[in-house]
Design a protein around this ligand. Structure first.
Ligand SMILES: *Cc1c(COP(=O)(O)O)cnc(C)c1O
Length: 407
């Protein structure tokens, strides 16, 4: 009977998919925006690759187990999640590297312009990548980082590229991707959207916005696991005019011709660089199958409902914590952040009591709300635990004051 009930609930209430995930009992996991949890089947997938593919077929597994095609297969799984057509997403490397490839390409597309327009809320690696590229090129490019609210007004005819993260990693504030992209294009600039906190969290229509590039990682809301490959979307009408700055052999038109001269693939595949991490790809491929069965609008609806519940519960129980995420769900991604001078210690104490969120400099408590494996009961339990930690002031204990290497 359990099976019948399971299938019925799948029809009436497609979320959550909690039973598919392997979250330790007693934990409320509000950190899937940093590292999604494993699926119950993830370890079996990894063991199969090692024992049945690598172990039995050795090097032939590149063909027999489709290893070499995994980046394309997985790219086609990512495409519908971000609102893009099959064949427009290349996979591999890390988000930092994909951001570098995209940024270098945009500067080539606008050789007469010198301004890279980002914002002060952008994730450090995005800014560091720009700074490094500017130094390498040494052609007088400038990186501007106004406050997120001022970006729109700073788009003018000097801007080569508008280079933004869609959902702010600290506050969860959501940029208007359509409006900003449109204004950028009106001024002759190109755009790169970092979707690290968007892919699998909010509805996206990347292709419809006409953005030239979008990049993202797959270990956050897409549950690919630590070290999972990143993605890069390239608008198809420009892809074949771009010569990737990181021109590796697997982006070559015919890698196994072993030609001495680089000649890029006539497709999105030119953004591949080197050998794909196969075990990671197989884990990600498996984790992405979940998305075949759910719509992003269902996810967004559930995320909005749970975020509002969380805000209400926490504000009611913990008046000293100040909401720093936008109150209006339309301006917020799938996370809720609060401010407190004691944020680091509070997060440590909460973690000890089974409620896992994370701390972000300088004073932010950040909670990712991933509706695939969270429900109303988890939200209430998290808020109750926060209330007890705040009221007991147990976060003051010495052991919660020492910063760990990864926060
Ligand atoms: C998580 C995150 C990254 C991480 O980049 P990696 O290269 O995968 O380490 C980059 N940008 C943003 C906005 C992020 O949230």
């Amino acid at each position: 009977m359990a099976g019948a009930r399971g299938s019925l609930s799948q029809i009436n209430n497609p979320l959550p998919k909690k039973e598919l995930f392997d979250i330790p009992s007693g934990i409320v996991y509000l950190d899937g925006n940093s590292l999604g949890p494993p699926l119950r089947q993830s370890s079996r997938q990894a063991v199969e690759v090692i024992n049945d593919e690598w172990g039995k077929d050795l090097i032939q597994a590149w063909n027999s187990a489709n290893w070499m095609s995994m980046p394309r297969i997985v790219g086609d799984q990512i495409a519908p999640i971000i609102g893009a057509q099959p064949g427009s997403v290349a996979m591999g490397d890390t988000l930092s590297i994909k951001a570098y490839q995209a940024l270098a390409a945009t500067l080539e597309l606008r050789p007469d312009r010198r301004v890279i327009l980002s914002d002060s809320g952008n994730f450090p690696t995005d800014l560091y990548i720009a700074q490094g590229l500017i130094d390498t090129l040494d052609r007088g490019h400038k990186l501007l980082t106004p406050s997120p609210e001022d970006v729109m007004d700073m788009i003018n005819d000097d801007v080569a590229v508008v280079y933004l993260t869609h959902v702010d990693y600290r506050t969860g504030r959501l940029h208007d991707m359509g409006a900003i992209t449109e204004r950028a294009h009106r001024h002759g600039a190109v755009t790169i959207w970092d979707l690290a906190h968007s892919a699998g969290a909010v509805q996206l229509a990347v292709e419809e916005t006409r953005t030239e590039f979008a990049v993202g990682c797959t270990y956050k809301y897409l549950n690919g696991g630590p070290g999972a490959p990143a993605f890069i979307y390239i608008r198809q009408d420009i892809v074949n005019s771009i010569r990737p700055a990181l021109s590796g052999w697997l982006g070559h038109r015919d890698p196994f011709a072993m030609a001495p001269q680089y000649d890029p693939a006539r497709s999105t595949e030119r953004f591949r660089i080197g050998t794909p991490p196969v075990v990671q790809f197989k884990l990600l491929h498996f984790a992405l199958k979940i998305w075949d069965q759910i719509s992003m609008s269902d996810i967004r609806e559930a995320s909005t409902r749970l975020c509002e519940q969380f805000i209400q519960e926490v504000e009611g129980r913990c008046p000293s914590l100040e909401l720093v995420s936008p109150r209006n769900a339309l301006n917020r991604g799938s996370q809720v952040s609060f401010e407190s001078n004691d944020a680091y210690s509070i997060i440590q104490a909460l973690t000890d009591q089974g409620v896992i969120g994370d701390f972000r400099e300088p004073n932010i408590l950040r909670f990712g709300i991933a509706p695939l494996y969270l429900d109303e009961n988890d939200i209430v339990r998290a808020a109750q635990t926060m209330e007890s930690v705040m009221n007991s002031e147990c976060w003051r204990e010495d052991r919660y004051q020492v910063k760990k290497q990864v926060t």
